[in-house]
Write a new protein. Structure first.
Length: 99
């Protein structure tokens, strides 16, 4: 099964058949992971883990976008602000799981 298109906050490219480059593209939050990103990445990594060992096994390079600061950040962790907002939106919309 193929994956849906990645969210805009993930830049995905491939230069070889078995190599996938993924860039976390949220430099303003030091590339904090969002729920949307994790939801897209999880089945990808699950499929990669299930691939048979050997030369044809796919590889992934995961990197963070340049933050433009003196200190570069790969990923600052989970984006707690985005997670809070998503939970608040669900709670206000009657979806439960409020703050």
């Amino acid at each position: 099964a193929s994956l849906p298109p990645p969210p805009p906050s993930l830049l995905v490219s491939s230069s070889h058949a078995n190599l996938l480059r993924i860039t976390l593209n949220l430099p303003k939050t030091f590339n904090a992971l969002t729920h949307e990103q994790v939801t897209w990445l999880k089945p990808l990594f699950k499929a990669l883990n299930a691939a048979p060992e050997g030369e044809g096994r796919p590889h992934v390079i995961l990197k963070g976008a340049d933050t433009g600061k003196k200190t570069k950040a790969f990923c600052s962790g989970g984006d707690v602000v985005a997670i809070y907002r998503e939970g608040l939106t669900r709670w206000q919309g009657g979806g439960g799981g409020g703050p």
